[in-house]
Design a protein around this ligand. Sequence first.
Ligand SMILES: Nc1nc2c(c(=O)[nH]1)N[C@H]1C(S)=C(S)[C@@H](COP(=O)(O)O)O[C@H]1N2
Ligand SMILES: [Mo]
Length: 378
Amino acid sequence: MALSRRELLRWTPGVAVAAALAPPGPSSARAEPLIVRMYEPRNLETPLSELFTGKTEKFFVRSHFAVPQLDAKTFRLTVTGHVEKKLELSLGDLKAMDVVDREILIECAGNGRVFLVPQVRGLQWGHGGVGQARWTGVPLGAILERARLKPGAAEVVLIGADRGAVADPATPGAIPFDRGIPLSKAQKDETLMVWNMNDEPLTAAHGAPLRAIVGGWYGMASVKWLTQIVVLDRPHTGFWQTFDYSYWQRPADAPPQLVPVTAILPKAIITQPEAGAVLRVGQPLVVQGYAWAGENRVAKVEFSSDGGRTWTIVKDVTKSEPLQVSRWSHPFTPADPRTYPFVVRCTDDRGNTQAATRDPDRRSYMINHLIPIEVTAQ
Ligand SMILES: Nc1nc2c(c(=O)[nH]1)N[C@H]1C(S)=C(S)[C@@H](COP(=O)(O)O)O[C@H]1N2
Ligand SMILES: [Mo]
């Protein structure tokens, strides 16, 4: 039998009672470790309670191969291909350029995969394959300026030092992790080559000593352990943007075609309460969470307590900037003893919103359809 509050007060020292009765929330939440989604190579998910805390050790990790060992002292970044002047840059050379700091969110293209029905292959991320950090480095555009692009340059391939063979579909033996970025995106000021994360040198797991951050795009473009840049005069058609990280488009005038995954789609998530929480009838609650919209701003967050039949606009949303997360909160008081399907939805400043149902043409990526959570009031 559960003790009443009065009984607890009678039998327990005051301090302990205060802790036991404290409502769950960010201030009282215990530090939770990252969730292991794969042991080797290490793939780690951020628990909901630790999302967007700005702590590097709580930032999700997504790696396809073992972490390569690179020495910051002997490290060189080479720039070759469709350029007038090949470059070989040390970390010191990069740090001597005009340095920028930016808060940028990255989300794995497979974030939310565990919610897909039927289940699909790939790491079964919940909502925690996303994070935001302060990154320090130089714009890729500045490096390309130094190398002087040849006329006709079209795509910049970022190549990591990690390598491995993929079995299905089979690669030609070991290949590096790489990703081509069209010149238009490569030259934007949100496309960076960075060495610091949250004002500390990158950790090995997050790409030390140098990685790319392609702001507004899903994480696969933000190549870690970056050692080579190759400029092409045509789109790159490597493994990681054809077989992997691609989805179906259906042009009106041609058969369906696979295109690379690029920009992050709008998404809102609920972090408090968590699915399965038990609420008190008549007791006011603050529902909380986050919203982001890739290259665009979050224009609107809406909340529904009936699984998406009716919606209320969330008034309390922190000011939105492109490439960054917003926090939102919304008051709600359960009126009846029953189950409430909570769901939240984000619309960006171009009018893109989250669909109610999953689009199977996205294969196992770009998961931003509505995902209700059930909470019970009693
Ligand atoms: N070299 C290299 N870069 C990589 C990857 C990788 O496996 N190898 N994974 C990519 C993917 S899919 C994501 S989501 C992000 C994750 O970055 P993080 O581990 O710092 O969170 O790194 C990207 N960059
Ligand atoms: Mo990813």
